[in-house]
Design a binder for this molecule. Structure first.
Ligand SMILES: [Zn+2]
Ligand SMILES: [Zn+2]
Length: 258
């Protein structure tokens, strides 16, 4: 496996230590931990509509656990967070993040105008296509907001909404062009790769056409899921002609060659 990093992983079902151990065992060189901001007690009242995935943490507890896990030999550990992008709440959400030594921040669109689109919702075609277009609009806003190092899972809308808009590739290219302009990476996401690889392939193609920086993240919620789709992700990148993977330290981008 040539992909030696994973920059999207969660600790609340296990621990930073266990996730780093799993990454080491899988031969990764750099691991970015990125717990959800809505798992942090300080941010909870702003984001209480988002279901908890594990015991509530706090920023200092999370950060200390990541830094302690970083002492394990043989692997670089980077401190990150997955941060919801919600236009009406962004000022408050971003306020919580200030003053901490992040290596990278992931911007995620998990809701559209108050609706959690990964929940059990039934769409009809017109509404489904409209939601995709609104989703891309929000992703472009997240990219150009200046808040984030990368924007995650840009085709996650597919999880429950099969009504792809007719101009999907144009939308992906528009997003990829905006990301390239802003020097923000788009993510090849392990969950998406395992669930709808054809769509991730179209995303990768759009990134290649626009020379958009690309991050690879498993979106592991358990240690065993670290690097869960890296073999398939590598094939997708190779097919698209993408040869570099972006990673971050102290919010400064680095890239390595596949
Ligand atoms: Zn997410
Ligand atoms: Zn995630």
């Amino acid at each position: 496996m040539k992909i030696k990093s994973d920059f999207h992983s969660h600790v609340s079902h296990s621990s930073a230590h266990q996730v780093v151990e799993a990454a080491r065992e899988k031969g990764l060189r750099v691991l970015g931990l990125s717990e959800h901001i809505f798992e942090m007690g300080e941010a909870r009242h702003t984001l209480e509509h988002l279901p908890l995935e594990g015991p509530l943490l706090t920023f200092p507890v999370y950060i200390e656990a990541v830094h302690a896990a970083a002492h394990l030999p043989g692997i670089d550990v980077r401190l990150g967070m997955e941060v919801d992008f919600i236009p009406a709440k962004n000022d408050v959400i971003q306020g919580y993040l200030q003053g901490f030594p992040w290596d990278f921040l992931i911007g995620s669109v998990h809701e559209i105008d108050g609706e959690q689109f990964e929940s059990e919702k039934k769409w009809d075609r017109a509404e489904g296509e409209r939601s995709w277009l609104r989703y891309f609009e929000l992703l472009r806003q997240a990219v150009s907001s200046g808040y984030f190092s990368l924007v995650s899972h840009p085709v996650r809308m597919r999880r429950k909404n099969p009504y792809l808009p007719p101009l999907l590739d144009e939308e992906l290219e528009r997003l990829a062009a905006e990301a390239a302009r802003c020097d923000v990476a788009l993510e090849i996401n392990g969950y998406d790769v395992l669930s709808y690889p054809g769509l991730v392939r179209r995303l990768a193609r759009a990134c290649a056409l626009n020379a958009t920086p690309v991050s690879v993240g498993s979106d592991a919620h358990f240690p065993r899921e670290v690097a869960q789709a890296h073999t398939q992700s590598e094939a997708i990148l190779q097919e698209a002609g993408i040869t570099k993977v972006r990673i971050w330290k102290n919010r400064v981008a680095e890239e390595y060659q596949l």
